[in-house]
Design a protein. Structure first.
Length: 261
């Protein structure tokens, strides 16, 4: 049976986990579907498992962010993702270089067991200027785009896995994989951008295959999808992924540069 570990952009990580797909040579799909007797308990356990996933070694991935608006693609914004393990926590670091009128940005999500994410942001005032010192930002302040793209900073930190409301709604197939559908809801009255998020989590690897974010009126606001994967040195890696904003038709594609060792 194939075992996939998707880049969890942030956790993962989604967003991010933790940034590779791995596969063995077994075939088939799980057919045993245990009954969901307590959706809230199953959701809390799954979310806790996702939050506890941490990289065991440092790694770095380079690529580009491209935005499509009204059918036109922008030039790529060079981007780097670094995963940095530590003794008591681990970090995901996103850096973009100045491009397409957007200044350079560095966003750091610090993850630790049993604690909410800790976010730090450095953003140049104008293109061509150096990055200032990083400042700590709140979860609400993380509801802002990265370099003018459809990715909010909170999306990259997979902040919704830390919300108090977590329920496994059902089992469902996505991209030929058996998934648990996890519904995440924020605290009442919280201004965190979404009213709820649905995540399709691969049952074997706990990798994030797809996500849908809904606004406070339960209208579909964003869709996240892994588009394609490629086998590099015997390891399956994500080649590109999309996040689409339904309200304005904008789409951002994160394309990784996959190289052999």
């Amino acid at each position: 049976m194939r075992n996939l570990i998707l880049p969890r952009v942030g956790l993962v990580v989604l967003l991010i986990s933790a940034a590779v797909l791995r596969a063995d040579q077994r075939a088939g799909q799980p057919t045993d579907l245990p009954e969901i007797t307590d959706p809230a308990k199953a959701g809390r356990e799954l979310a806790a498992e996702l939050r506890s996933s941490a990289p065991t070694e440092a790694s770095e991935f380079t690529g580009a962010l491209r935005v499509r608006v009204r059918g036109e693609w922008s030039e790529g914004i060079p981007a780097t993702l670094r995963l940095v393990p530590g003794a008591t926590n681990w970090q995901t670091i996103y850096e973009t270089r100045a491009a397409n009128g957007q200044p350079a940005t560095r966003f750091v999500a610090i993850h630790a067991l049993g604690r909410p994410n800790d976010y730090w942001l450095a953003k140049a005032a104008n293109p061509g200027e150096a990055l200032p010192a990083s400042i700590r930002i709140t979860d609400a302040q993380a509801v802002t785009p990265l370099a003018g793209t459809d990715f909010w900073l909170s999306d990259l930190g997979l902040d919704f896995f830390h919300w108090p409301g977590q329920r496994v709604l059902r089992y469902e197939m996505r991209r030929g994989r058996s998934c648990r559908v996890l519904e995440s809801t924020p605290p009442p009255g919280a201004n965190l951008g979404y009213g709820r998020v649905l995540s399709w989590i691969d049952r074997e690897s706990n990798g994030l295959l797809q996500a849908e974010a809904y606004d406070l009126n339960n209208r579909l606001l964003k869709e996240f999808t892994v588009r394609s994967i490629k086998k590099v040195d015997g390891v399956w890696q994500v080649k590109d992924m999309d996040i689409r904003t339904l309200t304005n038709g904008s789409l951002t594609r994160l394309e990784f540069e996959l190289t052999t060792k």
